[in-house]
Design a protein around this ligand. Sequence first.
Ligand SMILES: C[S@@+](CC[C@H](N)C(=O)[O-])C[C@H]1O[C@@H](n2cnc3c(N)ncnc32)[C@H](O)[C@@H]1O
Length: 467
Amino acid sequence: MDYLPIFVNIKQQHCLIVGGGGVAARKADLFIQAGAIVSVIAPELKTEMKHHLSEGKITWNIGSFSAELVASISVPKYVISATDDQAVNQAVYTYCQQHNIPVNVADQTQYCDFILPAIVDRNPMTIALSTGGRSPVLARLMKARLETMIPAGFSKLADLVGRYRQKVKDSISSLGGRKAFWESLLDGSFIDKAVHGNFNEAEQLLDNKIKQLAKTGQLEPTGEVYLIGAGPGDPDLMTFKALRLLQQADVILYDRLVAPEIIDMARREAERIYVGKKNKHHSVKQQDIAQLMVDLAKQGNRVARLKGGDPYIFGRGAEEAEVLVANNITYQVVPGITAAAGCSMYAGFPLTHRDFAQSVVFIAGHQQAGASIIDYARLANSGDTMVFYMGVKNALKIQQSLLEQGMNPNTPVAVIEKCTTSEQRDTICRLDSFVETIATKKVNPPALIIVGEVIKVRERLKPKYIE
Ligand SMILES: C[S@@+](CC[C@H](N)C(=O)[O-])C[C@H]1O[C@@H](n2cnc3c(N)ncnc32)[C@H](O)[C@@H]1O
């Protein structure tokens, strides 16, 4: 280890920044945030530092660095030199060495007693990242990754946990017991509740756990279920929350529409169970899937139920949630990008547009002919963009019904297969010919049929370099 990471309390301590430019201002900002009294020595200040001055966050000692000028202000605890002038930086370094003051010369590790890490700030939780001064850019990249993984609300979580620390100490005497208590809580939905500001529910969970422990002397396994929308295929379309919950799950239940790359994002030790269905031959019955989730959660597992697209759009997610509620299982639902959004976007057109369509309707297109509950008369006259999910097998019925209701045979239709994946195929045709297209192109599921004038926008949106 090149440097020992320590967190120093500099509240009300005098710190000195030499330099008035942007780098100096950003370093000053860190010291200000940590509560230091910041003095700046510089002949002039650039915009950012002027801003600190106008807000009363620094005092400005006008002039070039000299031992006399430093002597005229309070002895600093820490010094930063961030000037373009190597001679000044060198003089600051020498001065600090002589006076035993830790110093950091920006971008010159050989003149640094300490370095300032990249910081992920979830006050009171702080993550400091350093490459030992070798590559601040790499540290910033890592910081960006961590920023996306750790929700902003973690600050609130740390506060809440801090408030309960004593109460838990009073209830659980052994260190091991307290560790197990916090581990069991900080792994599950308690975190999400607190992070998203549902403090009442989070506190309720905490209180229940403490009571349970007092009553039974042990922590019962508390599993939970995450109904996660995995999007239409491209793993990059998962949300941060989906990824986070997937990575903390012990068991993954997934179906046919979930891309293997997404399942690979789970922890290596997590058990993976395929519960996919194929149209008409269900490999695992819906009620059996729901029961499996309940059983696994009751055994104390965190269960991620991955669903293609969005769990609540033709995904039967709500039915599964109902079973969880009936069995008193804690659960969360994470929205996903539904196939309609993925297909239209990746095929190059929007679903609504001021000039073409003011509304969009999602339709389950797999109803049996004759028993249809789809109101084709309303649809044909609505001007809505129509998105038929599961409609390929029923394409003929859809086509005939819309034509019978007087829709223009020229109306554009997009048939889009396996959208957002490397196997995506999209075909733009007409209302009176799309059934033929489906047959000749041998369209395979999953595929979506989109009907509407809005498809014409695709031509306008084609980048010029593609022509
Ligand atoms: C049972 S529904 C599930 C929909 C999913 N919950 C969603 O929000 O996208 C399955 C249908 O969604 C459509 N679908 C799902 N993923 C698709 C994809 N990647 N490309 C085209 N259509 C897709 C197909 O119409 C498929 O028959």
